[in-house]
Write a protein that binds this ligand. Structure first.
Ligand code: KMH
Ligand code: ZN
Length: 306
């Protein structure tokens, strides 16, 4: 008898903190556009929506709970997708500021970045400089070498603040193989309960590069460190998005797409929306014989609080 294949969870990361509205008209930054695109992505097959907020005036990244309040209830009302609130913030925020939206929303999931790193936008730095953020200086400094700070103390702080009372499940963002060891260290210290949900990230300058060999390496390392105590998903930045998402689903894992991670739908072609990327990867996943998980199936697979 043929072995039953695990379903694939599609996460869609709607707007993020990196890209700017000058780079693509499709990038949503008003509350209405973020909500509309999130709802459309859920209809297209995303069972998890990873969300950042933006300042509606100019599209700059915002960690103001009020900006999240303007779209989260609308999304929750219109879809049954799992809401995942970012704690990544921007490169200039304190950890307290970065978790404020999640503390307010108490969502089913939150991101948690598993190590400090260079997080360079070097390949797109010139494009970003064209865009006038209030704190554009931070971006310019970043392109010359700014640090995305996620110390062990920061990680413990987020775990205690959001994992405890709020019972949030974390999307553990692992940008390199060392971050897997950081996660293992934290689990051994009792910060996170198994099974943890790991997002393997490829192609951010400062993290591991977008080579499929590296995906195999990350997966093997995670198998060795966590055994059955983890679930995993894959995010490829930029041009690595679709190839890595496809490979992940073929390997029995889950995947993330969305305009946060790539603005393109194909080489040289901007995506019209988040839903367009979800529709494309869903078709590929299904054409290759896998099934896409519904939000409730994702909740069950990831043991979410529901
Ligand atoms: N921007 C992605 C590479 C977060 O929101 O905490 C990782 C991310 C981080 O989604
Ligand atoms: Zn994010």
């Amino acid at each position: 008898m043929a072995r039953k294949r695990k379903k694939t969870i599609i996460t869609c990361a709607i707007t993020g903190a990196i890209h700017t509205p000058t780079m693509s008209e499709a990038l949503p930054f008003t509350a209405e556009d973020i909500a509309d695109q999130a709802i459309e992505a859920a209809k297209a097959g995303a069972s998890i929506l990873h969300l950042h907020a933006r300042n509606p005036e100019n599209g700059s990244v915002s960690i103001a709970p009020d900006h999240f309040k303007a779209f989260l209830p609308v999304i929750k009302q219109a879809t049954d997708a799992v809401v995942n609130v970012s704690t990544g913030g921007s490169l200039v925020n304190t950890m307290e500021e970065r978790i404020a939206p999640a503390k307010w929303a108490s969502p089913e999931m939150c991101s948690l970045n598993m190590g400090s790193m260079n997080f360079s936008f070097h390949p797109i730095a010139d494009r970003i400089k064209e865009f006038r953020y209030d704190w554009e200086e931070a971006y310019i400094r970043n392109s010359e070498g700014y640090i995305f700070r996620n110390t062990f103390a920061d990680i413990r702080f987020v775990a205690n603040e959001l994992g405890g009372t709020h019972g949030v499940k974390f999307e553990h963002e692992c940008y390199d193989v060392g971050h897997l060891y950081n996660l293992k260290f934290c689990m051994d210290a009792g910060l996170f309960k198994a099974p943890v949900f790991i997002q393997f990230i490829f192609g951010i300058l400062g993290g591991i590069g977008p080579d499929i060999d590296n995906l195999i390496f990350m997966k093997r390392t995670a198998d060795r460190l966590f055994g059955d105590d983890y679930q995993w998903s894959v995010l490829g930045a930029g041009g690595a998005q679709m190839p890595f998402a496809t490979t992940a689903s073929q390997m029995g894992g889950n995947l993330r797409v969305g305009l946060e991670d790539s603005l393109m739908i194909a080489r040289g072609q901007l995506a019209k929306s988040n839903a367009e990327q979800v529709t494309k990867i869903r078709r590929i996943v299904e054409d290759l014989g896998c099934e896409v998980a519904t939000p409730d199936e994702a909740r069950e697979m990831l043991y979410l609080k529901g």
